[in-house]
Write a protein that binds this ligand. Sequence first.
Ligand code: MIC
Ligand code: SF4
Length: 646
Amino acid sequence: MRGTLTYKILKKHLDSGQLIPGKEISIKIDQTLTQDATGTMAYLQFEALGLAKVKTDISLSYVDHNTLQQGFENADDHLYLKTVAAKYGIYFSRCGNGICHQVHLERFSKPGATLLGSDSHTPTCGAVAMISIGAGGLDVAIAMGGGPFYLVAPKVIKINLINRLRHGVSAKDLILFILSIMSTKGNVNSVIEYSGNGVGTLSIPERATITNMGAEMGVTTSIFPSDSRTESFLRAQGRGKDFVALAADDDAEYDRVIEIDLSMIEAMVALPHSPGNVVKVKDIAGTKVDQVAIGSCTNSSLRDLDITAKILDGNKVNDNTSLVIAPGSKQVFSMIAKNGDLEKMIAAGARIMEVACGFCIGNGQSPQSSAVSLRTSNRNFQGRSGTISAGIYLVSPETAALSAIAGCVVDPLSVDFSRFKYIDEVSNFIIDDTLIIKPKDDALNVTIIRGPNIGSPPKNEKISDGLSGKVVIKVGDKITTDHIMPAGSRLKYRSNIEKYSEFVFEGLDPEFYLKAKALKEEAQAVFIVAGESYGQGSSREHAAICPMYLGVKAVLAKSFERIHANNLVNFGIVPLLFTDFTDYLKLNVNDQLSISGIIEKLINSSEIIVENKTQGFSFPMKTELSFRQIQIVISGGLLNFTRENK
Ligand code: MIC
Ligand code: SF4
């Protein structure tokens, strides 16, 4: 992977290991970000490390997910986050300032630097040539404390872009097209690097739409070079000094090269219920649409809302369709308020939502039963909108706005787009960081405020050498962390593991909690059996913490997604891989399993024999853990391991 932009930046930040694809390395982290839904647990864990201050160049705590404040819980979390930030030297971006990825791109992103965020869409900042990676909150807590971040040195895939997109087709269509080639599974431990003469035709917000949705493919991150457009963007943000030109060498070595002619891309849509379920918009044109939602960290930039306003201008939202628009940041909101876009949206009948994640994570705007909801967000997992029977269709702002007027799906390529003059780049953004509270020097006087919603992080014991217990649930392929730990109205329990645990696998088996709890009380292990790509989607470490709290000791799967596999290890749950997929087929719920001598087998990386006592057969499983990860699992998780090795 010599000469790739990825390896150049990794090399500058290398802390340990060899930069050889597939080998474990650790890197120094320059910046961290958290958001409120993952942040409370991350800071509780940071506190447990017992340090006086963060040791990064800059660490930010954003409040953008749980902003509805129904009940006291969210407000309690926000106050805890505000005071903990003041105590430890962390910048605090208040409610209303915007979605973490949009604000970070605008105000803090830096070419050539590393960013670790407790949110799976952290790679958004790859738009300005940062190595930005999503991770569990505990990994981010360790990085805030100055510890390195461990990852597998990735394969680098080059996507060479040539020519330019046609009018009406935009970055969202391109990334959906790429998803249709690469799919949502099988891409772990890879980085996508964009290059080619088409790159210069894409503005920074468009690049950010593309790097943002790399998360849906399961890649470690995605990255664009830092070029003259990066420079103009940073200058317009008053941050020209952060610019540095960066690109891969001309003769860089890649694992794979994919060439895409931008002028051939059509408007694309991801059908329910997976971002990888992509077809052309023209194939579903005319489908009746009940709801349109424009916003989320994927498509809520000034560029996206300006084209939306230009399409809506002088038109009315269809009588049978609801249109909601959520700007991505205070900056975007101020810009559209000033340039007249907001007025056009209101006149057209759009409902303007809070500057936050909102509908994207099922916080409000659940559509009607069996609805067709067109959204510009990045995930359309079943039930994420809050309405299990609804179908979410992921589209560009162009397709969304046109369809809101027509009341049915419209292909932008069937419309004369040259008449819409929208903003591609601006020379000055409105800069007002008053909703970001900077850390002061009075940390000693700060008292951290913990309302009743703030629990303490649960503890785990060391793994026991003989594990014996039952399969409590058996699931199929592509189980997301939304399936494991539901979001939406349940999000407010994020800081209270005991309560949040009641909802583990709620949508798949509402009895899971009671069954697991009963086994735990009998000192029996709980096992989960899963298919391919287990733990897709969010970085939600609660999808490991809550199962750990309920006594889950191992997950037996065909394959795991990167962030979730790390989270399992961090909380002392063993990720076991089937060596023969027919064993997956044979296993049933309630089978009594027993694994003996697991510690020795983990250390020697030998096969782990699982005995199925109910059906009377044994089968081998394996792990793909580094020596360090094995030590962590044996210790019962990363917090125990860190304490033991202080
Ligand atoms: C998501 O989009 O699923 C989230 C909500 O932003 C998650 C983080 C979380 O669960 O809090 C993510 O992407 O990591
Ligand atoms: Fe927020 Fe949605 Fe982006 Fe997650 S994907 S950070 S919920 S806007």
